[in-house]
Design a protein around this ligand. Sequence first.
Ligand code: HAS
Length: 545
Amino acid sequence: VDRKDAKLALAHMYVAFIALFIGGLCGLLQVLVRSGKFQLPWGIGYYQVLTVHGVLLGLVLTTFFAMGFHTAAVSRTCGAYSDSQRKLGWVGFSIMTIGTTAAAIMVLLNEASVLFTFYAPLQAHWIFYAGIALVVVGSWILALMQGLRFAQWKRENKGQVTPLLSFMVIINNLMWTVATIGAAAVVLFQLIPWSIGWVERIDILLSRTLFWYFGHALVYFWLLPAYMVWYVAIPKIIGGKIFSDALARLAFILFLLLSIPVGIHHQLTEPGIDAFWKFLQVTLTMFVVVPSLMTAFSLFATFELRGRELGSKGIFGWFKNLPWNDCRFLLPFIGMVAFIPGGAGGIVNASYQMNQLIHNTIWVTGHFHLTAATTVVLTYFGAAFWLIPHLTGRKLTKRINNMAITGGILWTVGMIIMSGAMHIAGLFGAPRRSEYSTYGGSEQAAEWISYQIAQAVGGTILFVAILVILGVIINLLWYGPKGDEEFPVAEVAEGAAKTPMILENFKVWGVVLVALILIAYTVPIFDILTNSPLGSVGYPHLIGR
Ligand code: HAS
């Protein structure tokens, strides 16, 4: 990565890891409160802490890491940005940082305890919403910078297949840009006018539907940088090759097409959306599982091919030949394994009848601590361990590697305990997003308490893991020995089929994407606008929340 581009990418990493520290600390406070053994001091509210945790880890860590990683990935595979492109990038980064700071100040002042899913009826100070809007606008500008560099590469290399990693970045940015239109719409047209007091009432169902139009694609925006690492960097780290360039591109295109028209699977218990549209979006959700299954297939193939190259025998012989003592491999690998139960849990969530059982229980929190906080975050860490020294011109030494492995193992143990307890308590009906309560001595609530204590144990181990990981990052930023660390980009395996050019045709995929969104959302949104008493604070949509 070019030196000047490295500075821009690194700036994102600083914000991401500061967010990890503060967000992680708030996570620790939450599990302690929920155990019933601890009370927040100085009048700090539970929802205030929960909002800091969700916003910093779910929105800030992820968006900044993804944008920093994207910036570096395009520079590495398409070449350095021009000065004007890079300037644009700094403008985008600055706007995102100003927006984040504004939103964070409002949350810390308890003026925006609206959780990371900031839809109505909870209301925040307008500055919080304006901050979110700035983060979105800043990210669009960064996506534009990366898109311009990609387009320049295409002009200079007419007729050639684009670099796989940059192609993946562009797909993730396209998905993000189309999805954030939903977030921008709810913030600009509903939440800001309402919180300033220009309008007295807004439609809650509309705000939730626009949010989830954005919200499910959001989780794939977190996931796809991890998939980039799995497809492109991990094969190089293990000394192997990418199983198939075409398969990887097809998986990303399927994510682009199917990530957005599925948001209603978060609203299956919502009155006011016709069952037919829920059915349609659940069906599309089952299709969006396919690119993940393709990814699993491709990774197994990469591991097996490499193992056979090293002489391993039998069906699982390759397992022995993977580089277990390399933190750049081990942490993402644990992330992959976690995605097997995490993804299976997602299929449970998306299954209409089973969703009735788990919706709004702490099972859902368990689900996203496996998917987002284990699969995605452990892969981000694994990537940061080579990306940061690559950007700072330092080495990942054996000592730092061992420290990173310790952090990863602590994280895994903490998460198994915490997320496992969340899944089980959820099946017993324990609600998510609630403070400790005995619910007036209810017998059922008494069953949850031991699981809440287990969550506190797991959460405490996780916080120790965060401290160790931050120790690693500090070493890689400032104290590791000077040297060159590789940005690993694997080649495609010799026997792989040629990549068909249709996969590069953004116009075709753009048309299919718009068509799918229109099919999935036009009638539900039309119904909401026509059937609801517009302007009401929710009635009848408040029923059943
Ligand atoms: Fe989800 C709720 C459905 C994936 C995150 N999800 C959430 C929320 C979050 C979240 C944050 O349908 C809560 C939002 C809120 O606050 O309300 N989710 C799914 C489905 C998938 C899925 C179908 N979710 C994710 C990912 C996330 C994430 C990824 C973050 C990154 N989710 C739902 C639904 C809800 C939901 C409902 C709403 C619930 C409710 O009622 O509120 C799928 O994408 C999952 C597909 C994945 C797989 C796994 C493939 C496995 C792979 C690993 C291979 C391993 C290898 C190693 C090679 C099928 C790729 C093997 C080695 C060995 C040795 C074995």
